[in-house]
Design a binder for this molecule. Sequence first.
Ligand SMILES: [Zn+2]
Length: 122
Amino acid sequence: MSEKSFATSLSCMDGRVQLPMINLIKERYSVDFVDTITAPGIDKVISDGNIESIKKSVIISVSNHKSSHIVISGHFGCAGNPVSNDEHFVHIKKSVELVKSWNLNAEVVGVWIDENFVPRLI
Ligand SMILES: [Zn+2]
């Protein structure tokens, strides 16, 4: 029995972003499953340092599921973080740096989801 592989998605709670993120992550990193941790406007939440519960979830994903990648996304038209695209990019990049500083055994990357709900790495 081969072990199943996992990655971790840190995304907005917005229902429009879940499937695009899962599909991107499964295709790009060839994982079987995507653990999904959500909060409204999660790029803002993490970059503001409100990470206690999020960090706990990420550590479970990396420790117990051996997640290989942690993907932090922000998206167009976000009700939880209603700022310009440029501000989202700043929040996403800051969140990536913050999560990298946890020194977990997984690669950390940022993704922007545009007005057509197409995700791409930034
Ligand atoms: Zn949102």
